[in-house]
Design a protein around this ligand. Structure first.
Ligand code: PHE
Length: 337
């Protein structure tokens, strides 16, 4: 009986099988129990012999059961440890870090550049009055040039600003006509345009204004030349072409020379070799007057540029909508490590 039980214990391959063996041999209906129960019927001489034998057999089986049970438990523990083990030698999962939006970086770069030339940075409201957005800039209510900047009106007198020039008018007003003004104003602007690869109903601008005694066109050219070289590269040239803005006289548009160099040599990126990047001019005397500056004493220049366009030129971005659709595959290319 003992041998039989021990073989079965040996053969049991899990805890459940082992328990079945235990019940089979040591359980209430098992042979050992039966023997012990039958002790009463035995003679006085037989009793201690049978009792001792039954007890030894029971002890042996119990011991074997316990030993086997321990083996199973150890195995189970090892398996659990193996399953839950952390492999510290595995490479970590990369943590994706955010970064400034390309436009934010461009605007910051432009700001730093002009701060370096002594300009201060000013901001103004995006919902602007008709007065500051147009009238103070020499665009009275019936002026046909208002058509150049189709607007989103909030009320008859309020609109989403169509450029950041109103910040210049506000700053001149703030300085009350007796202090030089040297500022740039970056910010969002809005125009009623159908969005396509080169148009967006909302975009950004950085405009600059310098008003002082004896400010001349050559100062404008010098500042813009400095900007173009620092921003796009020393090899760039600029040229000014006559243009029209109601708030500047004379008005200009500025082109930069564009040359793209690659492995095989250099080629111009446009047939003419020039590409337009901004507008500007000498502040119109009426604009100075409306802001409280005497045009006999003060003169100034102003300019305005679109950071989207500038970013598109600098990085070869082919669609303005990339700036606003927030596709990480596009944006992440411009995150500095
Ligand atoms: N405000 C003009 C525009 O948005 C740009 C500009 C600014 C032109 C300052 C001249 C002087 O088109």
């Amino acid at each position: 009986l003992r041998e039989e039980a021990l073989t079965k214990i040996n053969e049991a391959d899990d805890l459940k099988a082992l328990e079945a063996v235990r019940v089979g041999y040591l359980g209430k209906k098992g042979p050992i129990t039966e023997v012990l129960r039958g002790m009463g019927k035995l003679s006085a001489e037989e009793r201690p012999v049978v009792g001792e034998l039954a007890n030894t057999v029971r002890a042996a089986i119990t011991e074997a059961l316990e030993a086997k049970k321990q083996v199973f438990e150890e195995e189970a523990l090892n398996e659990q440890l193996k399953a839950e083990a952390i492999d510290v030698t595995l490479p970590g999962r990369p943590v994706t870090l955010g970064g400034p939006h390309l436009l934010t970086s461009i605007v910051t770069e432009i700001e730093d550049l002009f701060i370096g030339m002594g300009f201060e940075v000013k901001e103004g409201p995006e919902v602007e009055t008709d007065y500051y957005n147009f009238e103070a800039l020499n665009l009275p209510k019936d002026h046909p040039a208002r058509d150049m900047q189709d607007s989103f009106y909030v009320t008859e007198e309020l609109l989403m600003r169509t450029h950041t020039s109103p910040v210049q008018a506000r700053t001149m007003g703030e300085y009350k006509g007796n202090k030089p003004v040297k500022m740039i104003c970056p910010g969002k602007v809005y125009r009623r345009d159908t969005d396509d690869a080169t148009h967006s109903h909302q975009f950004t601008q950085v405009e600059g204004l310098y008003v002082d005694k004896n400010v001349r066109m050559s100062d404008l050219k010098g500042v813009l030349n400095q900007f173009a070289k620092q921003f796009f590269g020393e090899e760039r040239e600029i040229r000014l072409r006559p243009s029209f803005f109601p708030f500047t006289e004379p008005s200009v548009e500025m082109d930069i020379s564009c040359k793209v160099c690659h492995g095989k040599g250099c080629s111009v990126c446009k047939q003419t070799g020039w590409i337009e990047i901004l507008g500007g001019g000498m502040v119109h005397p009426d604009v100075l007057k409306m802001a409280g500056y005497d045009p006999e004493i003060y003169s100034g220049f102003a300019f305005g540029m679109g950071p989207e366009r500038i970013a598109m030129l600098k990085y070869g971005v082919d669609d303005i909508r990339h700036f606003y659709t927030n596709d990480q595959r596009f944006l992440a290319q411009y995150h500095q490590a």
